[in-house]
Design a protein around this ligand. Sequence first.
Ligand SMILES: Cc1cc2nc3c(=O)[nH]c(=O)nc-3n(C[C@H](O)[C@H](O)[C@H](O)COP(=O)(O)O)c2cc1C
Length: 374
Amino acid sequence: MQTELCKQLGVEAPVFAFTHCRDVVVEVSRAGGIGVLGAVGFSVDQLKEELDWIDAHIGDHIYGVDTAIPQKYEGMDSSTPEELVAMIEAAIPQRHRDFAARLMSDAGVPEWPDKNDPVSLSFSVQQAQALVDEALTRPKCRMIVNALGTPPAEIVQQVHDSGRLIGALAGRLKHGIAHKEAGLDFIVCQGSEGGGHAGEVTSMVLWPQMVDAVAPLPVLAAGGIANGRQMLAAMSMGVQGVWMGSRWLISTEAQAEPAQRESYKSASSEDTVRSRSFTGKTARMLKNEWTEAWERDDTPDPLPMPLQGYLTFDAVRRTHRYAGVGDCQKVAFNPVGQVVGQMNSEQSCRDIMFQLLTEYADALESVNALSLQE
Ligand SMILES: Cc1cc2nc3c(=O)[nH]c(=O)nc-3n(C[C@H](O)[C@H](O)[C@H](O)COP(=O)(O)O)c2cc1C
C-alpha cells in the first residue's frame, strides 16, 4: 500500500513513527514503515551516538530526524547557542525555580546525581542547526521534519541540496499554508487529540481541510491514530500516510520505566490535558498534580518557550529516571495523546505494525462490503 510519498522515500507502508527511542526507529523501519527520531532532547554528541547505533542496526532501511524550531521564541536574537543559554538562565525567576523544586521534593523524587550534567534542549534555530548538520551526514537519514514552525529558509535549502525531503508539523491551516509557501515537501497535520504540542482543532475536522488547502502537497495525518480503523479513517481523507507518536510509548522497545508505562496503560482518554507547564507551549500530556499546580491562581504561570523547558528540564529527567520512586507519577512529565485510553497492552513495534495494517485491511473490506449492499 505505497502512496506517492512512500514511493519517493522507498518505504513499503505509509506509517511514520515519531519517537525519542532509537530502538523504535529501527524496529518500525525494519517492519516496513519509517521511524523518525525526535532530536529535541539531545546534544549533538548524544545525537551522534544515537544515529551511530541506528545506522548500525537498521540494515538497508531508512529513517528521519525531527527537530523543533519554534516560529517565535524568547532569545531569537541571540547569535550563538551559548549566548542564548546565558539569556535563558538569567531570565528564569527564582520564584519559578523554587516552585518547581518544591513540587519535586514534596513528591519525594530523588535529585539528579550530577548537578553539572548540562541541559540538552534545542528549542531554537541556534541549537537545531547543529543537529540538522549531523543528521545530514547520515546517508540513511532521508528526511528532516520540524515541529513548532516553518523551518528557516537556509535549512530548507540545505536539506534540499542534500537530496532529502523536509516537512513540518502543523496544527492550524495557516501553518500548513506557510509551510507550503516555504517550499516544504510535505505537511504533518496534527489534530488536538494528539500527544505533545497540539492545537485546538480536532483531527477529523483539520485533516481534510489541510489536504485541500495545501494540495497537491502530501499530507500525513497525526493525532488520534493508534489502530487500523483510525488509520483507514485518516487515509480516506486523502492523506498519504499516518504519523503516530503515542502508540509506541508502551511498545516493548521503548525506553520507559515500568511505573511510567503503568501510568499510560491505566489512563483513560479523559486523563490528558493540554498544558504549558513543561515546555511553555501548549502540549498534551497526562493530567497530574504538576499540571494542576501550574494552573492555580496562587502559583507562578508557566514561562514562555524555551524558558519553561529549561526550568523543567531537571524535573523531566528526574521523573523519567525515578518514575517508580515516591509519588513521582503525581508530578511526572508523561506526554501522550487521547489514544492513551486504547493503549493497554505492551507489544513489539513489529506486532503493532502488523496489527495496524491487518486491522486497516479488515476495516477497508467491511467498508467496501457495505458500499456494495443494495
Ligand atoms: C511523548 C511525545 C513527545 C513528542 N515530542 C515531539 C517532538 O519533539 N517533536 C515533534 O515533532 N512531535 C512531537 N510529538 C508529537 C508527535 O510527533 C505526533 O505528532 C503525535 O504524537 C501524533 O499524535 P498521537 O499522539 O495521537 O499519535 C510528541 C508526541 C509524544 C506523544
